[in-house]
Design a protein around this ligand. Structure first.
Ligand code: SF4
Ligand code: SF4
Length: 69
């Protein structure tokens, strides 16, 4: 099953992946989590819906997203 992994400690919390890019709308900036650099990292709300399209991976300016197909 396709799924996505956010590397929380690499994420800079820019929100680009959370801004309507995901066709199944499962990425948000975590309201409650803060990484060691002080950023709210992206979070996956329901990995079972991921279709492995890779759009989030392409838009991310950091190596913070891994896609598994
Ligand atoms: S790979 Fe596609 S469906 Fe999965 S989280 Fe990223 S943008 Fe969404
Ligand atoms: S695009 Fe990358 S750096 Fe920006 S919030 Fe998403 S995972 Fe984090």
């Amino acid at each position: 099953m396709p799924h996505v992994k956010i590397l929380e400690e690499v994420c800079k919390g820019c929100g680009l992946c959370c801004d309507g890019i995901c066709p199944v709308n499962i990425l948000i900036l975590s309201p409650g989590r803060i990484n060691s650099n002080g950023y709210h990292p992206a979070e996956v709300t329901d990995n079972s819906k991921c279709i492995g399209c890779g759009y989030c991976f392409k838009v991310c300016p950091e190596p913070a997203i891994e896609i598994y197909k």
